[in-house]
Design a protein around this ligand. Structure first.
Ligand code: PLP
Ligand code: LYS
Length: 432
């Protein structure tokens, strides 16, 4: 379910017309629906109700303070990958005891910071990292709670750039080596073995790879629990969303099929996984990012020019790959709708940004109505891996962000002032 839809011929986020937000806050503009975030969290929470569980939102997908506060208020924890993310989560009201720290390259200072804050678990990705955590915890006279990330060598059948659970990937420790690692880790004085973690990839659209991975890893979890008294098993994130057609996910039918495809819903996910997880008798952690935030956000952009070449109709907009890189980076599909619905003939159009790269596009050969300068478009499903992946390429300011709840809306991040982009830069002393 999400709360972006047409009311008459105007596009709305919850009860607020998106056009009114653009008038107020300008463009490009990210807009998030708080009700959508809440419902997505609650859907997962209910689906996992038969097991003791904790949902740790992967804030790499969307780390706006207002988004994080929404999820912290719902009792959620957070999956973090840097001390910056931990600081951000704490600033938004997160409880560090509900935070898990993932990532293959944790630095000494990051480990020290997370230990001092008291995170629930370090999700360890290598033995040298384990040694490092033990050493730092010893120095600080602390016991570090850890889980090792197991690489189950299961193909998630997703985009190559976001698959993580095979031996071609840098993540985790091979399943065959895990028991040896736990045996050695159990001898480290400043380590507490708290759990086991895995994450096989992102934007998974079928339940089978999850099922295969849980089945493969469960016997290992049982043995580790018996030997080392583990407390939790984290099954990672990765639940995919519907990008095409995004608007249809507001239709209850979405829970069954869309465009003839079966969709991976929390109910289907839980129906297949809970029976495998419950007998383990452990706390189950989940680390969803995209499922919660993806369809809770849009990016609105203004058409600056319409340019017809011999071959193509280009809609040149004021957002660019620096605002939303997914089409350029993964050839990702984002549904695009005009803020004012137009009837009439559809024209095959390329929606492109102003950046000096041919990869700076949002859609190619997309059937769109006849549009002109000053019309606005919404790029849907932009709530996950949207703003968080933005950059200042071409010295472009980062977009503003707005949160909507019912009739209310608030600016939750100002558009970045352009001078801030080079703040901290200077010339060398001999150039003065
Ligand atoms: C360790 C870990 N957990 C959770 C996630 C969240 O993934 P997703 O947004 O697909 O749910 C990721 C990103 O893929 C990750 O690397
Ligand atoms: N950035 C990716 C997802 C990365 C998942 C991170 N582990 C995307 O937009 O699809």
């Amino acid at each position: 379910m999400h709360y972006f839809r047409y009311v008459g011929n105007k596009f709305y986020c919850e009860n607020v017309s998106v056009e009114s937000l653009v008038k107020k806050y300008g463009s490009p503009l990210y807009i998030y629906s708080q009700r959508t975030l809440t419902e997505h969290f609650q859907k997962l929470d209910q689906a996992l109700a038969p097991v003791d569980h904790l949902i740790c939102f992967a804030l790499k997908s969307n780390s706006n303070q207002a988004v994080l506060r929404t999820l912290a208020d719902l009792g959620g924890g957070f999956d973090i990958v840097s001390s910056g993310e931990l600081q951000r989560a704490i600033a938004a009201g997160a409880d560090p005891r509900k935070c898990v720290f993932a990532g293959v390259g944790k630095t000494e200072s990051e480990i020290e910071f997370a230990l001092k804050k008291g995170v629930y678990s370090f999700n360890v990705e290598s033995e040298p990292e384990l040694q490092r955590i033990n050493r730092i915890a010893g120095r600080l006279k602390k016991i570090a709670p850890i889980a090792v990330r197991v690489n189950p060598n299961v193909d998630a059948h997703t985009h190559a750039k976001i698959t993580t659970g095979t031996y071609d990937n840098k993540f985790g420790i091979a399943i065959e080596n895990i028991e040896g690692v736990y045996a050695r880790a159990s001898k480290l004085k400043n380590i507490k073995l708290r759990g086991l973690q895995m994450h096989i990839g992102s934007q998974l659209t079928s339940v089978e790879p999850f099922e295969q991975a849980v089945k493969k890893v469960s016997p290992l979890v049982e043995r580790l629990k018996k030997k080392h008294g583990l407390e939790f098993f984290s099954i990672g994130g990765g639940l995919g969303i519907v990008y095409d057609p995004a608007l249809e996910s507001s239709n209850p039918e979405w829970w069954r099929t869309t465009k003839g495809k079966k969709i991976l819903t929390p109910t289907l996910y839980a129906t297949r996984l809970v029976p495998l997880l419950k007998p383990l008798g452990l706390r189950i952690l989940m680390e969803p990012g995209r499922f919660i935030s993806g369809n809770a956000g849009i990016l609105v952009t203004r058409i600056e020019y319409v340019k017809r070449t011999g071959k193509k109709n280009f809609l040149i907009v004021d957002a660019a790959m620096n605002d939303l890189i997914r089409p350029a980076f993964y050839d990702a599909y984002h549904e695009i709708v005009p803020l004012t619905r137009k009837n009439g003939q559809l024209i095959s159009s390329d929606v492109v940004g102003p950046i000096c790269e041919s990869g700076d596009f949002f859609a190619k050969d997309r059937p769109l109505p006849k549009l002109g300068e000053g019309d606005h478009l919404a790029l849907l499903s932009a709530g996950a891996y949207g703003f968080v992946m933005a950059s200042n390429y071409n010295t472009r300011s980062m977009a503003a962000e707005v949160l909507v709840n019912g009739n209310k809306s608030a600016l939750v991040r100002e558009r970045q002032p352009v001078e801030e982009i080079w703040a901290g830069e200077t010339v060398a002393p001999w150039q003065k």
